[in-house]
Write a protein of this length. Sequence first.
Lengths: 133, 662
Amino acid sequence: MAQLDDKHQSQDSQPDSADAAGHGSIRSYTIGFVLSIALTLEAFILVLNHSFSHPVVLVLILIMAVVQLLVQLFFFLHLDRAAKAPWNIIVLLCMGVVISIVVFGSLWIMQNLNYHMLSPAETEKYMQKNEDL
Amino acid sequence: MLGRLNFEALVHDPITMGGIVAGILAILAVVALMTYFKRWNWLWKEWLTSLDPKKIGIMYIVVATLMLLRGLADAVMMRVQQATSVGDAHGIVSSDTFQQVFSAHGTIMIFFVAMGFMFGIINLILPLQIGSRDVAFPFLNSVSFWLFIAGALLINVSLVVGEFAAAGWLAYPPLSELKYSPGVGVDYWIWSLQIAGLGSLLSGINFFVTILKMRAPGMSLMKMPIFAWSVLCAMFLVAFAFPILTATLGMLSLDRLMGMHFFTAEGGGNPMMYINLIWAWGHPEVYILILPAFGIFSEVVATFSGKRLFGYKSMVLALISITFLSFVVWLHHFFTMGAGADVNAFFGIMTMVIAIPTGVKVFNWLFTMYRGRVRFTTPMMWFLGFVMTFTIGGMTGVLMSLPAIDFQVHNSLFLVAHFHNMIIGGVLFGYFAGIAYWFPKVTGFRLNERLGKYAFWCWVSGFLLAFMPLYALGMMGATRRLDHYEASMGWQWLFIVAAVGVAVICVGVAFQILQIVVSTLPSQRRSRLDLTGDPWNGRTLEWSTASPAPVYNFAVIPTVTDRDAFWASKQAIVDTKLKAVTQKYSDITLPRNTAMGIYIAGFAGVAGFALIWHIWWLAVVGVLGVITCIILRASDEDTEYTIPAAEVSRIETEFFAVRSQL
């Protein structure tokens, strides 16, 4: 019964040696870091400059946020190698589900709350505009 | 230089002063005792710097117990206030202190008692139960624990220096915004939760990885004990829900520190968004606490009924569906905020649906007992008490999931009674059962059963006395967080009954403390020593090793072929003496002690304190300290030590020699 396998001997640093190959180089971490900083700064600059209209700025910030999310997944969490580890994909999918529940659920709830809490004047305007009344 | 901090922060009303003086005297007494018995070095080397999850687990439970006493003191104050503050009388504390008391009570009980007990028990038992020597990231585990301590310290410092939040345990804006809470109270709340929450998130990831990667060979997911399954589900929730808390608290602190407008009504913010986000974390949090308790009960009921758990697969399925459903019900905490019937109906139905998997679990437990040889030990008593209180709580919960009824009882004492029903009768009873059940595995001796049963009866009857009147009061229109009411309401006698109930609970807590003290006395201990490692005739792997478990947990990692692995091996191997003689051992490598976790959390706590009081230079020092410590630790190559095979052989031979004489 000598099941002292490697897994249990090197459990401190890497629980799974298959993942060890997935760790990035200094170069990939630096690229990820610079990209993340650039995307964050860009969002600030967009807001401070007032060079686009309000809805355009919102959409651009949203796009940059999603791009940054992917940058971090790729450069910091190394999910480009996910194919080798089924658990990575499962957890990633779960993350997608949870994020969409929270994001779309919140949008639905807040939109509904806003609709029900309009002032009488706003209600009239809204109904004329959107409900042909 | 010192930001907002000045001498006025140390001035308090008499009751708070009394608490502070008592607290400081207690600390001085402990320090004096430690110095007299020359135990500081021992404490530092054997405990504080240890990376052994069993020791970290014990430390979690000790701290959670201390915090339980603090939270209980708050509860007593609230009950006395509400029982006496009628008509012309104004009770024992001012309105402002009362608000701080209920805010502190809620925050402490959820974040530092329930979470502390939960992570404590998981640390103690999870690696043992899945046949592992350690958690996946032992150092991270120590960092998590010390971040939890840093958060707990900040919340207690607020008692002495400054004030605590008076905005409730979830600090809803606009009340928690700078305009209405200009003091440091809300900042204390934010930073203590932010730091402790970070620790919880790291722990969540740690145990999630531990379960996925470190199970003993042969233990597929469907052969895992139910407690491990419940932890897997709870840690999944931690990993996905706590980031929402961090982000929400982050936005609230940006509002308060940098004049932003995420949750203010002016400047385009929306306080309703805070309530939405905090409950998107808050509801999964409830299930984070209860799922491990479900797991504990599953182990307890199977062991003490002498039967395999009924409906294992349906148990797993129920856990997974609860995990998923817990993410789609959060609006039921704010049905009355103004959403339309469509939204309210959706979340109401989702809430009712959760009752189905939960009901499945209750029936599975009852069927496990059916035709079993039930032993009525203390853990089993907690289980039976739980079935009663949890069912009452579940029914009131389903009642409130109907938006139309919720509109009547929202923010009333009915709600307070409901969630205490779930958290005391569900979560706390579960952890008490777990502590009584696994106590011999950790210490090597069983607890005194008689005192444990006294404690149980006090808790159950005290609980019913304290909270059943609150259901009635809620129906009569008493709102929560009430520090004064008129005699003509006719509520006082019910509040007095509730106060008596809390007194009975206090007696129960006294019995628990007495139970531990008495059981630890050498004369008492001798009669209840556990020399076999298996005092309850257990079914899972943690009972296959010695009690207390050796530092390496298993000299040889077991191979699992069956669901109740240890039970199966007990049926197969008759002669344990033979096993001991023929066993060959190898060297075992374990992580070395390190104080780096203490330093990292210490700097984090300093940074939190500095941000609360706007001492900017100190905040920079704190953050730089954290980063430096992480770099130092990351570049440390010498983090492990080896126990030679001969030493392992000596420890194991001794254990088997004692066991074979029985």
